[in-house]
Ligand binder design. Structure first.
Ligand code: G
Ligand code: G
Ligand code: MN
Ligand code: NA
Length: 253
């Protein structure tokens, strides 16, 4: 048996789990939402991170199915969290092959209906590099998703662009500032200025920024000064199983 067979079996047997990383508002440091992040509970190798299997899953055509499974799981969980916090947001990642799937919008619509999650509380994340591969096609597909009422986030923002023209061409609501910029903030004045410039670009285009990879209190404070409303990172919390997230939410009420 090879890795490919293992992965197909994993999908058939649902050996995956969804972890959730809090997204906080930088003013009160309350959890305002989560990003869903898939893990593989491998029968012999233990809990595997996405880096260990997502590229292969994408390559052999399993990502559309795995991606929709993650979306379903995450929406079911989020509906519960929304009972206590009616504005609780759920972010779910989309892969390149999902974006290319002709039934993506229909599949998402089905999950929205089956789980009853309000569409405006679902944020679909797409990496900037995927979004830029074919700008016209991305604009068309994201436009079709927007008609469902969901929001779109550009992930790894700032790493992919050769020009800024794409920001006007894509129907995007949120940008997730790549952690390379955030982590360079304490290093030097230049690092801090670049992060500030990336935030400024987001604002120029009317996009809500979420800072990724915040690992210390100083960076959080600096981002707050720069009026970045939301952030994510180990300083606040690592990705965790659904039950732990429920405990965390219960403790902060
Ligand atoms: O969980 P971790 O922090 O190791 O995530 C690593 C990367 O894997 C993230 O950048 C994220 O974009 C990607 N990833 C995690 N879960 C999913 C998923 O369900 N679908 C897609 N397409 N990517 C995911
Ligand atoms: O989709 P994306 O690649 O942005 O997913 C977030 C990834 O970043 C996950 O792999 C998550 O575990 C990781 N991550 C989240 N917070 C931090 C952090 O503060 N520092 C670092 N180094 N990684 C983080
Ligand atoms: Mn992401
Ligand atoms: Na990212």
């Amino acid at each position: 048996r090879n890795d490919e067979d293992d992965l197909r079996t994993a999908l058939a047997e649902k050996q995956f789990e969804v972890f959730y990383q809090p997204i906080v508002d930088l003013d009160g440091e309350h959890t305002v939402g989560v990003e869903a992040l898939v893990r593989w509970r491998h029968p012999s190798r233990g809990l595997l991170p996405p880096a260990a299997f997502l590229d292969l899953a994408e390559e052999i055509g399993l990502m559309p199915e795995l991606g929709i499974w993650v979306l379903e799981q995450a929406c079911e969980q989020a509906v519960g969290w929304q009972r206590d916090n009616p504005s609780f947001e759920l972010n779910v990642n989309l892969s390149a092959s999902q974006l290319g799937s002709p039934h993506l919008a229909d599949d998402i619509q089905t999950v929205l209906e089956q789980t009853g999650i309000p569409p405006y509380l679902l944020v679909l994340e797409l990496t900037e590099s995927v979004a830029l591969t074919d700008l016209a096609e991305s604009a068309r597909v994201l436009g079709s998703l927007k008609t469902l009422g969901v929001r779109i986030a550009l992930d790894d923002f700032g790493t992919g662009f050769s020009s800024l023209s794409h920001l006007g061409a894509l129907p995007v609501d949120v940008v997730k500032i790549d952690r390379s910029f955030v982590q360079a903030m304490p290093d030097s004045a230049t690092g801090a200025s670049v992060a500030e410039a990336v935030l400024q670009i987001a604002r120029t285009f009317g996009l809500a920024p979420v800072a990724e990879g915040v690992e210390d209190a100083d960076t959080a404070a600096r981002l707050r000064e720069l009026e970045c409303a939301q952030a994510q990172g180990y300083h606040f919390a690592k990705p965790m199983p659904a039950a732990e997230l429920s405990d965390l939410l219960a403790a902060q009420v």
